[in-house]
Design a protein around this ligand. Structure first.
Ligand code: FAD
Length: 413
């Protein structure tokens, strides 16, 4: 009897390849008309396949349940994936932050390489076929998988590997079927949240600054009210969008705080984190000495024009006031706005825009070595459907490669 793999995304393609390379007959069932619709849009169409960091750094980038991944990662690591793709004819390159991409910068080449390998190993790929139910029978007092029900009929199987993904970007096919399959057999599905996702903010200044990207800033997020201890502080890059903020530091914050963002939070942006209050004040006074000009002219070198307008507005200092009459309180108000531009985060954006789903099948119900369910024999889960997620940088795809590889290998045994 064959192994059935449900979902031809990253985890499913890898699970099918891993099982078929052990000479097992594999049927890969995909409801879309083609494989890897989500892989196609990864890395802005370039596919950040994995990350070339060392093992310790790798696990520092896994946000949920890193320990669960130890065995799968050691069985098929970032470097195993690197070697696998190059051996199968896809040259790779390593970019800033150890991010690995195909040399061609085309995610379609990653999909083609995986699909060709699967076909070469004899995997029977069935498109336009949606799995609707996982079938089981009782044996020795335990539930054992015996196949799947699809919208095109039943398929018998010795093992079933569910690789249906999370619920982010549902238009790519990942719309939560795997959670339904898991719950039907009493696996716990932890609370789900959109993660690696932009924030919606209350203030309209975001829309006015839409498209402006800031490097070398730092952000701090506070509970709000009188709280003095930040929930999160980070230095890096961010971007204003028509509804709020996005960019690397924001996405990272979302991965850590998404469960706390059910209520509004205060976001402070330090636009000049490398300079102290005194250094900024001294610089302003030096500008003031260079002749009698308007305040806005004296501080124009501090920020890009669009941002300067907003900071001046927030500070409440009259931009046209002559520097000869600007008070120390007004200088302070300007520096306060510069070092703590305040926004209110109302919520995260939704699943349609989230790079990953945080939460998923509780890993306590799954063997970390084999990815087999502890509840149903012969039923395996791999990829984003599990309660595993990571920061950006190729780590989420590596979760799919490693867990898919383990599931395929042990489903054969
Ligand atoms: C915009 C975007 C950019 C990203 N960029 C990166 C990146 O550069 N690097 C990185 O590491 N990660 C990135 N990610 C995250 C990464 O793509 C996912 O974590 C990864 O694809 C998850 O793989 P998966 O196989 O578990 O699920 P998916 O890739 O979502 O695959 C699930 C498959 O299952 C199929 N399916 C679902 N239900 C059924 C059913 N009932 N019957 C049959 N088939 C079914 C779906 O159609 C789909 O093909 C990105 C995500 C997004 C949305």
């Amino acid at each position: 009897m064959s192994i059935v793999v449900v979902g031809a995304g990253a985890a499913g393609l890898m699970a099918a390849i891993s099982a078929a390379s052990l000479n097992k007959s594999v049927i890969l069932v995909e409801k879309n008309e083609k494989s890897g619709k989500k892989i196609y849009i990864t890395g802005k169409g370039r596919c950040n396949i994995t990350n070339a960091c060392d093992r310790d750094d790798f696990f520092e980038n896994i946000v949920s349940n890193p320990r669960f991944l130890y065995s799968a990662f050691d069985g098929f690591s970032n470097w195993d994936m690197y070697a696998f793709l190059e051996e199968n004819g896809l040259p790779l390159k390593i970019e800033r932050g150890e991010r690995v991409f195909p040399d061609s910068d085309k995610s379609s080449d990653v999909i083609r390489t995986l699909e060709n390998k699967a076909r070469e190993l004899g995997v029977d790929i069935r498109y336009n076929t949606k799995v609707t139910k996982i079938l089981s029978e009782e044996a020795d007092g335990k539930k054992c998988v015996c196949g799947v029900e699809t919208d095109r009929g039943r398929i018998s199987a010795s093992s079933v590997i569910v690789c249906t993904g999370g619920i982010s970007y549902p238009s790519t096919g990942s719309d939560g079927d795997g959670y339904r399959f898991a719950r039907a057999y009493n696996h716990e599905v932890t609370k789900l949240y959109p993660s690696l996702v932009a924030f919606k903010c209350r203030e309209d200044i975001c829309g006015r600054l839409q498209g402006l990207s800031l490097k070398n800033i730092s952000i701090s997020i506070y509970e709000g009210g009188d709280s003095t201890k930040p929930l999160y502080t980070e230095f890096g890059e961010m971007l204003f969008t028509h509804f709020g903020v996005s960019g690397p530091v924001i996405l990272t914050a979302s991965a850590l705080l998404t469960d706390k963002l059910q209520t509004p939070k205060d976001l402070y942006i330090d636009l000049k984190p490398a300079l102290t209050f005194k250094q900024l004040d001294d610089r302003m006074l030096r500008e003031f000495k260079e002749g009698n000009k308007s305040f806005k002219n004296a501080v124009k070198s501090f920020l890009p024009v669009r941002l300067l307008e907003i900071v001046l507005e927030v500070s409440g200092v009259d931009p046209d006031k002559s520097v000869s009459v600007v008070t120390s309180a007004e200088r302070k108000a300007f520096i306060d706005a510069l070092k703590g531009l305040k926004l209110t985060i109302i919520s995260t954006m939704g699943y349609n825009e989230a790079i990953v789903t945080k939460g998923g099948i509780n890993v306590r119900d799954i063997s970390p070595k084999t990815m087999e369910s502890k509840i149903v024999k012969g039923l395996y889960f791999a990829g984003e459907v599990l309660d595993l997620d990571a920061f950006t940088g190729g780590f989420n795809l590596q979760i799919a490669w490693s867990t898919g590889f383990a599931a395929g290998r042990y489903a054969v045994e």
